[in-house]
Design a protein around this ligand. Structure first.
Ligand code: FAD
Length: 460
């Protein structure tokens, strides 16, 4: 499917469903993010287990470079292959990765071609199933009228809980490797912000420990046969039993099952849970790129340490201390985790705590052998962590000179510094830069020495 900027997930899915297809998922961000902009940010979905997120589902795009030139990526880069890209894999150089997660610094995507997958559910979803009405929201919230949509036909969402982090990691990694399901995530206490009807209820649930930190869900689908659900349910229950997990059900914690019923639709369409998170202020603070399952336990410890040092903005910030949010990707070959500050953007203290936690998290993760953070185009991390790749910041500078010689798109925003900017920043030493260099030292990364011309590091 070929889309333009501002085309949102709900529109894509409504059109695809009519044809027995869907795009493969949606992020937690819900209706607020559109694929053209999300391609410039993280690109995670709730169904990364099978479909692998947005960045794995783009066949190519058309982008207007800051020079005014138009660049076609994907298979249309090869002459005579037709008007639209049909594959992202083709012989010759591939520039797509340069714009992925570039936070808008490379140019403006004007057309994105995405893959479609089979949709086993109904061609249309009833709009009013479980959805609140803006006009009567507060009245409806009191009487708890919405939030209970049934899953689409041929899909089932199962919730589970483990007694501790170790058993959760074992259970989830076995579920991921078993080959069943299309979505598998660890949601833990984050459901307090995602699934509560009011901010008051969210806070109360967080304080009372309403949601277990070791909780998650799996989405099963009958795509190839109607017996697929029965079979996969048996596999799921067997693994759950063998690894000490418990099914959340009408008999066990029915109140939790009621509260998370919203996910029956959110796994695919996701138009509500992200909105509710934003209500309490939200900035994804720790989001390392894909890694192994050990990242869950290590991430929890790192996040606890950061929160202790720099402070929690709200009660929700602590959710990542017991267990970060876990996206299980590519059948568990890789996963990623997320821990967030819920910063009010007009509170200097909140923003300070958030930025400090982010800056310090990069060397903290790198020290443990993971990549630091998702956004390689994020200064001062890009230029001050040559561990990412010793010459990466220099290579990205060169690309910037080619694609954006006048600094039109990059400007002074948080993108890779040019040689002159690097030199000037190192001389001026902003507080963020100082924090970055101090964090390196504290986490035992090699101390950095500038080359005599002041334009790069002596590294390694
Ligand atoms: C509550 C919440 C939950 C989230 N959950 C997820 C998640 O699960 N997975 C995930 O991947 N992300 C997640 N995000 C991040 C989300 O993807 C971004 O916030 C989203 O892309 C913003 O969308 P927007 O349309 O408002 O973009 P904007 O904020 O307008 O733009 C985002 C960036 O993309 C650039 N950009 C915009 N349009 C284009 C274009 N046409 N071409 C090139 N660059 C462009 C902008 O310059 C900017 O740097 C979440 C965010 C929130 C607030």
């Amino acid at each position: 499917m070929v889309i333009q900027p501002y085309v949102d997930y709900a529109t894509i899915q409504a059109e695809a469903r009519k044809r027995g297809l869907w795009n493969g998922g949606t992020g937690w961000h819900s209706a607020i993010a559109k694929p053209c902009s999300q391609y410039g940010v993280a690109g995670l979905w709730q169904t990364d287990l099978k479909y692998g997120g947005l960045v794995r589902n783009v066949l190519g795009f058309k982008i207007v470079l800051p020079t005014g030139e138009i660049l076609n990526t994907g298979s249309i880069a090869i002459a005579g292959t037709g008007p639209y890209p049909f594959t992202e894999r083709f012989p010759g150089p591939n520039l797509m990765g340069l714009f992925k997660s570039a936070i808008g610094s490379g140019g403006i995507i004007t057309e994105l071609t995405i893959k479609l997958h089979p949709w086993a559910g109904e061609p249309t979803l009833s709009e009013d199933i479980g959805r609140p009405s803006i006009a009567t929201y507060f009245e409806d919230a009191k009487t708890k009228k919405f939030d209970y949509p049934p899953p689409p036909k041929n899909y089932k969402v199962y919730w589970f809980e483990y007694p501790n982090l170790e058993s959760l990691v074992e259970g989830v990694s076995r579920l991921a490797a078993s080959g069943i399901g299309i979505g598998l995530n660890i949601t833990g206490e984050y459901n307090a912000t995602m699934c509560s009807k009011t901010s008051e209820e969210a806070e109360k649930r967080m304080k009372e420990g309403f949601f277990s930190p070791y909780q998650g869900y799996i989405v099963l689908a009958a795509i190839t046969s109607k017996h697929q659900l029965e079979y996969e349910e048996k596999v799921f229950m067997k693994i759950l039993e063998e690894t000490g997990g418990k099914l959340i059900s009408k008999e066990y914690k029915h109140e939790v099952l009621d509260a998370v019923a919203i996910w029956n639709l959110e796994f695919s369409t996701n138009t509500l849970t992200g909105m509710r998170t934003v209500r309490s202020g939200y900035i994804a603070t720790v989001l390392p790129p894909l890694g192994p399952f050990t990242m869950i336990g290590d991430g929890a410890k790192i996040w606890c340490d950061l929160i202790e040092r720099f402070g929690a903005t709200t009660v929700f910030s602590k959710a990542g201390c017991n267990c970060p949010y876990g996206y299980i990707v590519d059948r568990g070959h890789q996963i990623t985790i997320e821990a967030d500050q819920f910063a009010k953007r007009y509170e200097i203290k909140h923003l300070g705590a958030t930025i400090s936690a982010e800056v310090y998290s990069w060397p903290a993760f790198m020290r443990k052998g993971y990549w630091g953070g998702m956004f390689v185009f994020t200064e001062p991390m890009t230029s001050c962590l040559p561990e990412i790749g010793p010459n990466l910041y220099m290579l990205l500078r060169k690309f910037r000179e080619v694609f954006d010689p006048n600094g039109l798109a990059a400007g002074s925003r948080r993108v890779v510094w040019s040689e002159d900017e690097f030199k000037a920043r190192l001389e001026r030493r902003s507080r963020t830069l100082e924090a970055m260099l101090k964090a390196r030292e504290e986490y035992g990364l090699k101390s950095l020495k500038l080359k005599s011309d002041g334009k790069s590091w002596e590294y390694p």
